[in-house]
Design a protein around this ligand. Structure first.
Ligand code: ADP
Length: 632
């Protein structure tokens, strides 16, 4: 091919600029990133060898080689993995084809580059970290199954050059032309240290070579050197195969970083093995933070699968139910055949058994953390509670266990204290039968909903459902230990003992009788907007509130359905009046236009009180102005 000079896409140029100028104290992590990429590339080639007999016949000695050249100030990381063709070279190293890089850019905008170094890697910009120590990077590569070699080179001038390459066997070599202040990486001991520190668990041998030894090297020195260079500097034992007691926390941590592309260590490390029906080893991690992709379709959401030490895939979502998609890790099974395909995994009894064992183990871990250290559990829950809630309706087999792990703020509780359903039930007054919840946009607003007044005045607490998904799962919650879930903002609710409810009902009927003229004229005036007007049992201090009619959808449900492009007809609600409020008494005396205006205002203030928008703000403003003038 002819030499082709291409301009980096703006995003990459911007990112490179930041990478280079980052004052990251740990520039050394570039080696971890490049060795990690090399190992991934070999994983893929090895997997291909399972079905491609020509690779199998060649039987390559899979290896990662690091070569330093003191004279030319270069460091080269080579692998004999999958390699890249021209298109991949361009897509992977020159454009923002990968969503990780796109996300990275968005994050940069948000954070203004403040935490930049930590973000490297997290978003799969690992390769570019080479530019933290080098002013020029050259990639030589040949894709397995082809015989064409290509090269990619960039010196940070905003462009990269593609040309024919000189490799004569498949794989990739990445040569870094080191900056003058980064020559420490041309030292065998420094390199060895870095490999032990960051890449010891890589399952292929990593060897270090002096590419340009002194011309006058003595023959015995040369022999000794070559002997040393043939030895792997990493121990190569898969971490999940080693007994937990023999693995250092820092080793788990580095492995997690490699696996999850995370800059932080894990929140929890969970090594375990399945015995009995299926035999497997697993090493699972709970991250400290939610990935930005957690709610995006089509993102990697699964565990890495190995079959007898051979890497099969890094995204086997059949190994986890989708509500556990934030969990990272590896499963290594000796019961599966090596030639498994995705289609086979889909419907495999062994995979199903592993999935069930992994899920159960994770539930145990969550329950354990919650029991032993509630504060730590709350920290974890704040990050992943939302996605765990999906399990209530999507993982039928485990929904009872998942329910017990959920936490909610309550109307009476302090801001940060969240309770489980069990905590709530334990604190209920003896007369309370049902579990009450209120739906709001956020906890602060929900606490002030007029719909809560009567419950709170009776010493009944109310759970606050403020995640968009809460209302969605409310229907699936059914019962908890025999207690029904009841929305305080919909249908008819009554608090208190049977006698109290009865007395309340009778009083309400009497009041309704007395207020019949008002109720009728309000119904008439507001007939376009409300399904009914009635006396409330849930108000104490507020004059009125709006509640969902029995069987109707609540406003937040309507909002959510509409956001999902569903056609939802207007849901008329019920206006409830507080019969003992002075305003209601006063309204009873109004007629004609005055009553009509007050009815509109009453309805609009009920909307505002619950955080909804009024349909005609201009008219609302005009009426309020008139009212203020009238009172002046
Ligand atoms: P990530 O590894 O997180 O995807 P990188 O920026 O490190 O991000 O690498 C970008 C892509 O370039 C990789 O996804 C991979 O497809 C390709 N790549 C990088 N290094 C190698 C390599 N040594 N061999 C083959 N492909 C590689």
């Amino acid at each position: 091919m002819e030499k082709k000079t291409e301009t980096f896409k703006a995003e990459i140029a911007e990112m490179l600029n930041l990478v280079v100028n980052s004052l990251y104290s740990k520039k050394e992590i570039f080696l971890r990133e490049l060795v990690s990429n090399a190992s991934d590339a070999i994983d893929r080639a090895k997997f291909l060898a399972l079905t491609d007999s020509s690779i199998a016949a060649e039987n390559p000695e899979w290896a990662v080689k690091i070569a330093f050249d003191k004279e030319n100030k270069t460091l080269t990381i080579s692998d004999n993995g999958i390699g890249m063709n021209l298109e991949e070279l361009e897509n992977n190293l020159g454009t923002i084809a990968r969503s990780g890089t796109k996300k990275f850019r968005e994050m940069l905008k948000e954070k203004g580059g403040a935490d930049l170094p930590e973000l490297i890697g997290q978003f799969g910009v690992g390769f570019y970290s080479a530019f933290m120590v080098a002013n020029k990077v050259r990639v030589e590569t040949m894709k397995r199954g082809t015989d064409q070699a290509f090269a990619w080179e960039s010196d940070l001038s905003g462009v990269y050059v593609l040309s024919d390459g000189s490799r004569d066997f498949p794989g990739t070599s990445i040569t870094l032309y080191l900056n003058d202040d980064q020559l420490e990486y041309l030292d065998v001991y420094r390199l060895k240290d870095l490999i032990s520190k960051y890449s010891d668990f890589i399952t292929y041998p990593v060897t270090i070579h002096n590419q340009n030894p002194p011309k006058d090297e003595k023959s015995e020195d040369r022999e000794k050197r070559l002997e040393d260079e043939a030895k792997a500097v990493n121990t190569m034992v898969a971490l999940w195969k080693r007994p937990k007691s023999e693995v250092k926390d820092s080793e788990y941590e580095e492995f997690y970083r490699h696996l999850a592309h995370d800059w932080e260590g894990p929140f929890e490390t969970i090594p375990f093995s399945g015995e009995g029906q299926v035999e497997f080893k697993a090493l699972l991690f709970l991250p400290k933070r939610a990935d930005m992709n957690l709610y995006m379709p089509g993102q990697k959401h699964g565990l890495s699968l190995y079959v007898r030490n051979v890497f099969i895939s890094d995204d086997v979502d059949m190994l986890l139910p989708s509500w556990l998609r934030f969990v990272k890790g590896v499963v290594d099974s000796s019961d599966l055949p090596l030639n498994v395909s995705r289609e086979m995994l889909q419907d495999d009894a062994i995979i199903r058994k592993i999935k069930s064992a992994v899920t159960s183990k994770l539930l145990n871990v969550f329950e354990d953390i919650r029991k032993k250290d509630p504060a730590r559990y709350a920290e974890f829950y704040a990050k992943f509670g939302m996605v765990m809630k999906e399990g209530v309706y999507s993982d039928y087999a485990n929904s009872e266990r998942i329910k017990k792990l959920l936490l909610f703020a309550t109307a009476r509780g302090e801001d940060s204290r969240k309770v489980s359903f069990a905590d709530y039930v334990a604190a209920m007054p003896a007369s309370q039968k049902d579990i009450y919840y209120a739906v709001g946009r956020n906890e602060n607003d929900a606490r002030k909903l007029p719909q809560l007044e009567a419950a709170l005045s009776r010493g009944i607490d109310v759970l606050l459902f403020c995640d968009p998904i809460d209302e969605y799962i409310a229907d699936s919650l059914g019962e908890f230990e025999g207690h029904k879930f009841v929305d305080v903002g919909s249908g008819n609710v009554s608090f208190g003992t049977e006698e109290e409810v009865k007395a309340e009902k009778e009083a309400g009927e009497k009041q309704a009788e007395l207020l019949k003229p008002l109720i009728d004229s309000l119904k008439n005036t507001l007939k376009e907007r409300v399904a009914d007007v009635r006396i409330s049992t849930r108000l104490k201090d507020s004059p009125c509130c709006l509640v969902a009619a029995e069987g109707a959808m609540s406003p937040s449900m309507v909002r959510m359905m509409r956001a999902m492009q569903q056609d939802v007809p207007e849901q008329k609600r019920v206006l409830e009046l507080n019969a003992s409020h002075r305003l209601v008494e006063k309204l009873g005396k109004l007629t004609g236009e005055e009553l009509e205006k007050s009815a509109t205002l009453l309805y609009d203030t009920a909307l505002i009180a619950e955080g909804s928008l009024v349909s005609d703000p201009a008219r609302f403003a005009k009426l309020v102005t008139e009212l203020m003038l009238g009172n002046a």
